[in-house]
Design a protein around this ligand. Structure first.
Ligand code: ADP
Length: 236
């Protein structure tokens, strides 16, 4: 298995009960998994544990055969090869599209950087926009640049935290279709976090439904979105 997450436990210091309880998940290379759950169910915390921004109390994580965290080891965030895309895109406002995308490529030669930049611009269909600044772009375009910046260093795993929450409804539908198709074309393994069942349905090969830090169900969208507790949640 390409991604192996085993029995993660986590508790914030000022919390009275564990935030993440026994979280396990395996993923194939190129698979897209959506973690679906209500606000406060622990979704972002799981992404933070994967990225190395928090340290689990116990459990282990391996990606592409590399152990990045267990009882004895902890690979720091910048060495993990886990890319993150946040809901506010977090583009650097004083940098152009091109400089934003090249940001994560510091270790490459000038020529390699240029080539990778051109590939990424083509992938997101924004070659003509490379000299613009983020404020000169629409929300959807900013989202695409954020994706290109995260994809450019070829991470082994890409994680997205509610990436559509700042887009209006029409754009959300367009962007999530587009995003799925870009991810499938590049073959990148990715995890999305969302509280929106429609996002989960369109994006995911499999959905992990969590409640109160614990996995309730894992399966293909059709199976998971039909289950009783989710229907109750949707109707509440
Ligand atoms: P979600 O992404 O599903 O909305 P989170 O992972 O952000 O959920 O939060 C899970 C739980 O952990 C919530 O009860 C939240 O209040 C709590 N929490 C999140 N961040 C912190 C923090 N830095 N310190 C203490 N508790 C936190």
């Amino acid at each position: 298995m390409y991604v192996q997450i085993k029995n993660l436990q986590y508790q914030y210091k000022n919390s009275t009960e564990p935030t993440i309880k026994d979280f396990s998940l395996t993923m194939e290379k190129g698979e897209i998994v959506t973690i679906l759950g209500e606000s406060g169910s622990g979704k972002s915390t799981i992404l933070r544990l994967l990225a190395g921004l928090e340290t689990a109390k116990s459990g282990s994580i391996s990606i592409d055969g590399n152990r990045i965290m267990d009882d004895k080891s902890f690979i720091p965030p910048d060495k993990r090869g886990v890319g993150m895309v946040f809901q506010d895109y977090a583009l650097f406002p004083h940098m152009t599209v091109a400089t934003n995308i090249k940001y994560g490529l510091r270790k490459m030669s000038r020529r390699q950087k240029h080539q990778r930049l051109e590939e990424m611009l083509e992938l997101i269909n924004m070659t003509e926009y490379k000299d613009r600044y983020p404020y000169e772009l629409s929300g959807g375009q900013q989202q695409r640049v954020a994706l290109a910046r995260a994809l450019a260093p070829a991470p082994s795993l890409l994680v997205f935290d509610e990436p559509f929450s700042n887009l209006d409804a029409n754009l959300q539908v367009k962007i999530r279709d587009e995003l799925r198709s870009i991810l499938k074309r590049t073959g990148i393994t990715s995890i999305f976090v969302t509280h929106d069942q429609a996002d989960a349905k369109v994006l995911a090969d499999r959905i992990v439904f969590i409640e109160n830090g614990r996995i309730q169900r894992i399966g293909p969208p059709d199976e998971i979105l039909g289950c009783a507790s989710l229907l109750m949640w949707a109707n509440s």
